[in-house]
Design a protein around this ligand. Structure first.
Ligand code: ADP
Ligand code: MG
Length: 270
């Protein structure tokens, strides 16, 4: 039973950037794992038909009984879709390639932007008693991503420290603005996190300087370094925090989680 006095539902965060290979899935997995180290209970919703977050947390395609497709299209309750992972406190709603057809099935109808919202923002989800729901978005501003933004309290944008990194951002911000106007006026931007940062590379430094100059406080102080342990971890079906707990990558994601939690603590007071 829901306790009417209990605090509001979990906070929903869409990890999004329409560019592929910028570190969305890596950030979703490792931020989720780092949040569990603070005792937070987290559900990671894999909303990418490639299912990299599911694979990266050791959920084999054959064992994905229910998936985010069922959550969206058949309104199967989140509680029935989620699976435990090897990380205490971290659950996943897995994805399979079915999800790519969901995107097409959703295109026609405007109401379809609210399917994920309706699945995630309902009292039954409160009963799961989770603190955070992170959504790993596909590399596109498609209907799935719009569903994620409509459902979310905030977006977190991984930005790869490379040339043209900032170009795609205006498109993304435009989509955030459209979602605010049409469906979710309270959608916040949690922040932009620079990923695959290489201190020895002038270009990385230049991208950082540009990002901080144009986006200011929206850019997290924490940057995720390029670190081979981060890229090895998924093939062992683990977050880097488990695979190599003292690696630079693991420490960076812990720092990101601290900064992320501090933002939210301030927002709650404010
Ligand atoms: P996206 O989800 O945006 O497509 P991924 O998180 O899958 O991006 O990352 C793309 C590739 O870059 C993956 O092979 C991943 O292992 C690698 N990668 C991500 N972050 C790092 C990092 N900090 N250091 C090294 N490799 C990284
Ligand atoms: Mg991905």
């Amino acid at each position: 039973m829901s306790d009417p006095l209990r605090q509001r539902r979990s906070r929903i965060v869409a990890v999004t950037n329409q560019k592929g290979g910028v570190g969305k899935t890596t950030t979703a997995i490792n931020l989720a794992a780092a949040l569990t180290e603070h005792g937070k209970r987290v559900i990671l919703v894999d909303l990418d038909p490639q299912g990299n977050a599911s694979t990266g947390l050791g959920i084999e395609p054959d064992s994905r009984a229910f998936t985010s497709y069922d959550l969206l299209i058949d309104a199967v309750p989140l509680a029935s879709v989620i699976q435990k992972t090897a990380i205490d406190g971290l659950m996943i709603c897995p994805a399979t390639t079915d999800l790519s057809s969901a995107d097409m099935e959703l295109v026609s109808n405007e109401k379809r932007s609210f399917l994920l919202h309706d699945s995630l923002r309902q009292p039954l989800v409160d009963d799961l008693d989770v603190d955070y729901i992170l959504i790993d978005c596909p590399p596109s501003l498609n209907q799935l991503t719009v569903n994620a933004m409509v459902a979310a309290d905030s977006v977190l944008v991984p930005l790869q420290a490379e040339f043209f990194a900032l170009e795609g951002l205006s498109q993304l911000m435009l989509t955030v603005r459209e979602v605010r106007q049409s469906a979710n006026p309270d959608l916040r931007i949690d922040g932009i996190v620079l990923t695959m940062y290489d201190v020895r590379n002038n270009l990385s430094q230049q991208v950082e300087a540009d990002a901080r100059a144009t986006l200011g406080e929206l850019v997290f102080r924490t940057m995720i370094p390029r670190n081979v342990r981060v890229s090895e971890a998924p093939s062992y079906a683990m977050p880097v925090l488990s695979y190599d707990s003292s690696s630079r990558g693991a420490e960076a994601y812990r720092a990101l989680a601290r900064e992320f939690l501090a933002h939210h603590a301030v927002q709650k007071k404010g």
